[in-house]
Design a protein around this ligand. Structure first.
Ligand code: ZN
Length: 318
């Protein structure tokens, strides 16, 4: 079994295989359909004597398949790996980039060290994670950090506030106007602010708009090309997050718990997005940010998501 076949061995559904899209000269998006739980996107930049990678993946098999695919494009050594944030689907495979220096936001490393390798077997049973080893970033920063891959400038920038997580960064390639947004954008999927801030993620949408990117590679979902498509993707996420805030306000006024409020809400057009149960987790944060959830607890919110999902774990085919 090849690494690629193994990557698809799990799950009832036969997902399309990951694909590589060259979004600018020497700049690639590694897209994993269908972008749901733990099925993230990565990127890589091939220079004259080295390759830089943006994010690893959730499992050993998926990360091995990605490295094999990158080597199919270029056999240059992978010297640098950037983590856009700490979440396991973007960092579990770090340890397989043994020769690379890993770069991330200071808070990303702090959270990773505090959590170690997380065990998701209760929430997401059946995933074949592989022989994961913990590996934290080697170099951290806040503000910004310029990386150079040959002549190509890759600007890493933080937000200065909590959004999807406490340590989100984006990678901006000004020469090609390509933006790797990490999980600030779930393109065609439900935003997830349980580990961060609903308001902060709304604020992040304004920041993403300010780049005026020609290509946006989201943390999950397909690449967006051109200002109109990128603007629509950003607006959709912002609209959803405001819908969460309004829902939280309504739920608080009605005396409902976040779970009860989620069950009372009509997702409307957002029901077409994957991972609808994230509404409950997002409402927990929305309540907290409205000052109404003093017992806020991530574990309890995840249990509420399972309840919202009919008592079964959220669909995860990693
Ligand atoms: Zn994430």
């Amino acid at each position: 079994m090849t690494a690629t076949e193994h990557a698809h061995a799990h799950g009832d559904e036969d997902l399309p295989p990951p694909s590589i899209e060259e979004v600018a000269d020497g700049v690639y998006a590694y897209i994993q359909p269908d972008g749901t739980w733990f099925i993230n996107n990565c990127g890589f930049v091939v220079g004259p004597d080295q390759t830089m990678v943006i994010d690893s993946t959730s499992t050993e098999a998926r990360t091995r398949a990605m490295i094999e695919a990158i080597h199919g494009v270029s056999t240059q050594p992978i010297r640098t790996l950037v983590n856009t944030h700490h979440h396991a689907d973007h960092t579990n495979g770090n340890y397989l980039f043994r020769e690379a220096t890993i770069v991330a936001h200071r808070e990303c490393r702090t959270v990773m060290l505090a959590a170690g390798l997380s065990d998701y077997s209760a929430t997401f049973p059946g995933v074949v994670w592989g022989d994961l080893e913990f590996r934290a970033p080697d170099i951290t920063f806040d503000g910004g950090l310029d990386l150079h891959v040959g002549d190509l400038l890759v600007q890493l920038q933080d937000l200065g506030y909590v959004a999807h997580t406490e340590g989100d960064i984006v990678a901006w390639l000004p020469e090609h106007r390509v933006l790797f947004s990490g999980d600030l954008i779930f393109h065609g999927g439900t935003p997830f602010s349980l580990f961060g801030s609903v308001q902060g993620t709304i604020d992040a949408m304004n920041r993403l708009e300010s780049f005026g990117a020609d290509v946006l590679v989201p943390g999950h979902g397909p690449v967006a090309h051109g200002g109109a498509a990128i603007g629509a993707a950003i607006n959709d996420q912002r609209d959803y997050l405001r819908f969460v805030q309004q829902g939280a306000a309504n739920g608080i006024a009605a005396g409902r718990t976040p779970l009860e409020q989620a069950q009372a809400m009509d997702l409307g057009r957002f029901s077409e997005w994957s991972d609808a149960e994230r509404l409950v987790g997002n409402l927990h944060v929305g309540y907290r940010e409205a000052g109404a959830n003093p017992a806020f607890d991530i574990g309890g919110a995840i249990m509420d998501m399972v309840t919202f999902n009919g008592g079964v774990p959220p669909r995860c085919v990693a």
